[in-house]
Design a binder for this molecule. Sequence first.
Ligand SMILES: [Mg+2]
Length: 414
Amino acid sequence: MIALVDMDAFFAAVEQHDNPSLRGRPVGVVNGERGSTIIAASYEARPFGIRTGTQWSEARERCREIVRIVARPARYAEVSGRIMTALAEVSPEIEVFSVDEAFLDLTSCQDYYRHDPQRIACLIQKTVHKASGLSCSVGIAGDKTTAKWAARQQKPHGLVVIHPDEAEALLAPLPLTELCGIGPGIAEFFAHYGVRVCGDMRKIPISVPARRFGNLGRRLWLMAQARDPAPVETRRREQKSISHGKILPPDTRDPVVLQTFYMHLAEKMGVRLRRGGLVVRDFHIGLRAPEGWRQAWLQVEQPTDDGLAIFQLCKRFLRQHWFGEVVRQIHIHGGSPCPTGQQPDFFEPPPGRDSNRVMDEVNSQFGAFTLHRGLMHGHARTAPIISPAWAHHGTASGFLTITPGTEPKGRKKR
Ligand SMILES: [Mg+2]
C-alpha cells in the first residue's frame, strides 16, 4: 500500500498562507524579480488557464487581477521540511520525491491503521495541515505510478484510493503520457508498436521495451499495467539490513560444498558492504533443513566489511547448528549497517583490507569473482547461476563434487 502526497499549488499556497491578503485571489509565483514564467499558480488563477509554465505576460492578459509574487525558495524548503518530518510520523518509510511530494510506503503499518486506506489518507491530510496550515491531495494504490496518478484526479484536497484489483482496468483507457515519467519521446516509441493507451501494453511482449530501454523498459511495461515494481526508496530501508540467500542444489549435505556456498554469500555481502562504505557487527545466519529453518545471531568483534570474517561466523554457525542433514537453503543477513570509519580500533587494524581492495579492483574490471578465495576455486564463477540448472537436471553436471545420498557424517568429520 503506497500513498503519494502532493501539496496543492504549494508555492502559491505558502504565499497565501503567510499573507492573508492574498487568500482567495489569483496568485502567480515567479522566479526572481525579473522572472517571466509562472512556477506556481493559485487555484483562483487556474480557471483562467494559468498554470505552471504559463508566461507572466500571457497570464496578465488572461487575468488582470493576478498578483505577482517573487518566489521565496528558502521559505518553501522550510515548510517542506516540516511537512516531511510530520509525514514520517505516519509512516517512517518515506521517499521525499520533490519539495512538495512524497511517497509513503504504508504496507507494514496497515495493521496499525486498521487496513483502512481512506482513514490513512484523512490522517495524512490532517497531519500535513497541522504541520503547515496547507492542504494536500493524496492518492493511495498498490504501486507508485498508480498512486501518483490517483493523487492528481481530485485536486485540490483530493483523496483517491485505487484498489490493486481495479487499477489495471482504470489505467487501461489512459494515454501512456498520463503516467509519471512517460514523455512524448517514450510515447512515440510505443506508438510505433501500436501502444497508445495503457491497455495496449499487454499486447506487446516485455522484451520490446526491454530491448530499447533496458530495465526502465521493463518497468514501463509493468507500469502501464498498474504493476510498477519500483519500491519507495527510503534511505532508512537501504540501511536497515543487507541480506543474501541461496536455494541449494538438491541433496546438499557435503560440508565442503556447504561451506563453499556460505563463502559465496559472505563474499557477496563483503563486496556489497565495501561498495556502500558500510560495516556490520551483527549477522543473522540461517539454514533450512528438511524440518525448517535454523537461525542464529552471531557477532564479529569489530564491525566488518570483510567477507572472510563473515565466513568465519558462518563456519561457527555450522559447527553449532548443523549435524550433517540435507540443507535446502541458506542465508546471511547483516543487521544495522553503519558507515565505515566509525569507532576505529587503534590497536588492531581491520583484517583483510588490502586484499579486499585488490580483489574489488580486479573484479570490478573483469567481473564478479574473477579473483576469489581458494575454497571457491573452480566454483566461484559458476556458483551464482548454478541453481536453476540444478533444478532442471537434478545432477551435479560437473559442478561441485556432491555425492547424492551421502549419509550424515556427524560432527567430527567436519
Ligand atoms: Mg504539487
